[in-house]
Design a protein around this ligand. Structure first.
Ligand code: PGA
Length: 338
């Protein structure tokens, strides 16, 4: 397979000689990092190299390919078509090499290698807790965990940057394999002393009269809330956009407005935080977290071990710890300060 990838690299340039046999794996790694960060400086930081070294490596690789790999417009870098092809190929080659290393380690009876997981912001309330016991069981596995919003996860998925993804809203335009992990309901959160806190079955119209705090554009939480209100043709008064669930909780406690958050963001809430869940029609918005990867992707040994762990023991642990609290929260009347 590596031979196929290599041949594909060689055929990037139709005219002229591509002397990729002169390119080193190191140059390909440097190039991939520059392409991923869109920056020589950040690639140099990541790889603990100086910027001139990075530039030199990319220059030599460009010479070997025989075509420019980047265009620079002002201060911005853009991959050329050859660059795009090469970055795809690099990732495939690195993935295969990682898999090969893992397979050899597996033959030696070890689970070893790097696991790259990217999760949406709400999954940070359970995934890091599961990683502890997983790492203890497999000390040879290094983990890279990215926590980011829905839009960034979709971008990472389409670029095949990670082994596994945990998300709630599944992409429509990317073919994926997915398995449900846990419920991830969205609830309306307000200060515990809010006038609506004691009301039952509050209408969406009434809710829309309140100042709203929303997650940033690109957030899956925001998308779900917006679709519910759009379906009902009700306009929300958004007073504030905030890019973090924790910051939103602070803003609610500070009396800036109400918001919609995953119930899991409240599960570990400090009892003195004085937040409550409102009983609103059409809430909770029922959703799940899913473990996702692109269809056709051959999961590495390490990624398969983690997926299996996530869907069995990990799921059980999370259900035992969070599910009761979540079920109390979505059945209302429970403020986090009781
Ligand atoms: P978000 O996703 O961080 O993009 O809002 C969270 C979720 O969908 O639970």
């Amino acid at each position: 397979m590596l031979i196929d990838d290599y041949n594909r690299m060689k055929s990037i340039v139709v005219q002229g000689e591509v002397a990729l046999n002169q390119a080193t794996l190191h140059q390909l790694k440097v190039f991939e990092a520059v392409a991923r960060h869109n920056s020589f400086t950040r690639a140099a930081e990541e790889l603990f190299l100086t910027q001139p070294t990075v530039s030199m490596q990319v220059k030599q690789l460009t010479k070997a390919v025989g075509m420019p790999l980047f265009d620079q417009v002002g201060k911005r870098l853009y991959l050329t078509q050859a660059g795009e092809e090469l970055v795809k190929t690099c990732r495939e080659v690195f993935e295969r090499l990682d898999q090969f290393e893992m397979a050899v380690a597996d033959l030696k009876g070890l689970k070893q290698g790097r696991l790259r997981v990217a999760v949406i912001t709400t999954a940070k309330y359970f995934i890091p807790r599961l990683l502890g016991p997983f790492c203890q069981r497999y000390p040879g596995i290094d983990i890279s965990l990215q926590v980011t919003n829905h839009e960034h996860i979709i971008n990472r998925l389409s670029e095949n940057l990670d082994d596994l993804y945990v998300m709630s809203q599944l992409p429509e335009h990317i073919e994926i394999t997915c398995q449900p992990i846990l419920e991830n309901p969205l609830v309306v959160v307000a200060p515990a002393d809010h006038p609506l806190a004691k009301e039952k079955n509050i209408s969406l119209e009434r809710l829309a009269a309140e100042p709203f705090i929303m997650r940033e554009p690109g957030s899956g939480t925001r998308k779900s809330v917006q679709s519910l209100f759009d379906e009902q043709k009700i306009l929300l008064k958004v007073r504030l956009d905030l890019g973090s669930n924790e910051a939103i909780k602070q803003a609610i406690a500070g009396g800036l407005g109400i918001s919609v958050l995953s119930a899991h963001t409240l599960a570990l809430e400090d009892p003195s935080s004085h937040l409550t869940v409102l009983d609103v029609e059409k809430f909770p918005i029922e959703r799940h977290w899913y473990a996702v990867y692109p269809s056709g992707k051959q999961l590495s040994i390490v990624a398969r071990a983690f997926l299996e762990y996530l869907l069995t023991e990990g799921k059980q642990v999370t259900e035992q710890t969070a599910a009761k609290k979540i079920s109390d929260l979505v059945h209302f009347g429970s403020s986090t300060n009781t």
